[in-house]
Design a binder for this molecule. Structure first.
Ligand code: PLP
Length: 384
């Protein structure tokens, strides 16, 4: 099936009995069982932390979109990433992209590092650097591509080969691209993870996370962690995310068209020092982008002229349509200042090493009229 067909139908069969076309919200904590004869065995439905039909529909859907065999839905993107990291045991080593989402960096460096996992944060856009960080104990490589907010790409097939040689799992956070534009499992990754909070749900009304794999044994390990720690997505949120996914393909195409247009416009603007967008020929990894992504998406980072906090503040203050907010991937345009918002938990010296300067802003281009967005950015830049 094509991805638009899967987005609408995978996991979402009409309900037997009456044929309701929409997946119901199964608000239940448990299931009535029948008395089993003989030895106790596994029952498919026992308790709703372990399994819920609304969540299962979403999990099947996500697996189909990511060309996987199994999916798992969590209470947030961070809960999904936490479950993946918990595949490791104390003493294991994890290689993580140096420029991942600040919350991922915080979970790894401030929580899981205290519990005996070892982390190396490495520039994942450089496969050689990643390869030299591999140790005998390396069990997991976790990358985002493009990265947030520096928009650096990781060569997924190259890093998948390194992970395979090392006997480690490769997990790709595909939140920025969505499966519409990038399918990491097809490129050799073992696990793909999403903050469904973003493009997957797309309407800024739910926090959630999901992962997909292509291996039943790995799924069983993740399912065990999911039910043991219990950070599951609720039936209501599962319904919302499934509902959002039905329009994922059309939304992503519109986001991508607007993203390309605005990135080109910003790139020509004299109040903008630099634009980071993989769709621009000036992006250092534009050629790689063309090989592993089928669209460039709606995430653009750019440096305001002068590259300082005051210039960024003047710009952000003047905006009227673009909303200053953390998060991304909604129908509305969101703009953020990574140094003081999403990446404030990254130490200043590490931010400087990444090039994440005070004049950098990140925009998640929404689905408003393009002329209105351009006018809003124009008057913001005029205030710089
Ligand atoms: N991964 C990326 C790339 C993100 O941008 C975020 C949140 O912004 C997360 C993971 C965490 O997701 P959540 O906020 O749903 O826990």
């Amino acid at each position: 099936m094509g991805i638009a067909t899967d987005a609408i139908h995978a996991g979402c069969d009409p309900v037997p009995g009456h044929g309701a076309i929409m997946t119901p919200i199964h608000a239940t904590s448990t299931y009535v069982q029948t008395v089993q004869e003989g030895e106790p065995g596994e029952v498919p439905y026992d308790y709703a932390r372990t399994i819920n039909p609304t969540r299962s529909a979403l999990e099947t859907n996500i697996a189909a979109l990511e060309a996987g065999t199994h999916g798992r839905a969590f209470a947030s993107g961070m809960a999904a990433i936490d479950a993946i990291a918990r595949l490791c045991s104390a003493g294991d080593h994890v290689i993580c992209g140096a420029n991942v989402y600040g919350g991922t960096y915080r979970l790894f460096s401030q929580v899981l590092a205290r519990q005996g996992l070892e982390f190396s944060f490495v520039d994942s856009s450089d496969p050689e650097a990643l390869k030299s960080a591999v140790r005998d104990e390396t069990k997991l490589i976790h990358v985002e591509t493009p990265t947030n907010p520096m928009m650096q790409l990781t060569d997924i097939p190259a890093v998948a080969a390194i992970a395979k040689d090392a006997g480690a799992l490769l997990c790709v956070d595909n939140t920025f691209m969505s499966p519409v534009f990038q399918r990491p499992l097809e490129l050799g990754a073992d696990i793909v993870v999403h903050s469904t909070t973003k493009f997957i749900n797309g309407h800024s009304d739910s926090i959630g996370g999901a992962l997909a794999v292509k291996d039943a044994e790995l799924d069983a390990r993740l399912g065990f962690l999911q039910k043991s720690a219990g950070a599951i997505l609720s039936p209501f949120d599962s319904f919302l995310v499934l509902r959002g996914i039905k329009t994922l393909v059309v939304r992503m195409r519109a986001h991508d068209a607007a993203g390309r247009e605005l990135a080109g416009w910003l790139n020509e603007h004299d109040k903008v020092d630099a634009v980071l967008y993989p769709g621009l020929p000036s992006h250092p990894q534009h050629e790689l982008a063309k090989t592993q992504m089928s669209g460039f998406g709606a995430m653009i980072s750019f440096v305001i002229q002068g590259d300082d906090l005051q210039a960024a503040r003047r710009f952000l203050k003047a905006l009227k349509i673009c909303a200053l907010a953390e998060s991304l991937g909604g129908v509305e345009t969101l703009i953020s200042h990574p140094a003081t918002m999403t990446h404030a938990s990254v130490p200043a010296e590490d931010r400087a090493k990444l090039g994440l300067s005070d004049g950098l802003v990140r925009i998640s281009v929404g689905l408003e009229d393009l002329e209105d967005l351009r006018d809003d950015l124009e008057q913001g830049l005029a205030a710089v």
